[in-house]
Design a protein around this ligand. Structure first.
Ligand SMILES: [Zn+2]
Length: 158
């Protein structure tokens, strides 16, 4: 609780409270991306039908050409563009700290995604986050997948 005075020195009572909001979020035409993750453990990006630029995470239209993109199944392999080690994490990974957050460019794509690389304690070193470090996707077990971006993560591809 905090007291704060306005310009006339009148005091207003203020206190902290919590607000819970339930909502339905639609992923719209990106449904294929999330369903493939959830149902089949596959990653898809998109590629511009005009210039060939590869988007991962996928985009439905090329931001350069404004034409539709087509779906492309990915190998699940890529490389680190940049990364850091986090000693505090988001709720999905707090049982696995420390974790690494990195920009990862998939082999077939031109854009990078910011995601998690789970490493063992021995692996969790900045030298394993150098640009070009090879990584591969890992999916949570099927019964745990919900069709969300957190249904997968990356590990070092040794
Ligand atoms: Zn394009």
């Amino acid at each position: 609780m905090a007291d704060r005075a306005n310009e006339e020195h009148e005091e207003f009572l203020e206190y902290y409270d919590e607000m819970t909001i339930h909502y339905l979020y639609s992923v719209g035409e990106l449904t294929k991306f999330f369903k493939e993750i959830r149902d089949n453990g596959k990653l898809f990006g998109t590629r511009c039908t005009k210039c060939g630029f590869g988007y991962f995470p996928p985009r439905l239209n090329c931001h350069k050409c404004y034409v539709p993109c087509e779906w492309v199944e990915l190998s699940g392999k890529g490389e680190v563009i940049a990364g850091t080690i986090c000693r505090f994490g988001v709720s999905n990974f707090t049982d696995k700290l420390p974790i690494t957050i990195a920009f990862i460019k998939m082999d077939e794509m031109d854009m990078a995604i910011r995601h998690t690389i789970l490493m063992s304690e021995d692996e969790c070193k900045l030298e394993n986050l150098k640009r070009g470090t090879r990584v591969k996707v890992q999916f949570k077990p099927k019964e745990q997948r919900e069709g969300r971006i957190t249904d997968f993560y990356f590990v070092l591809d040794k």
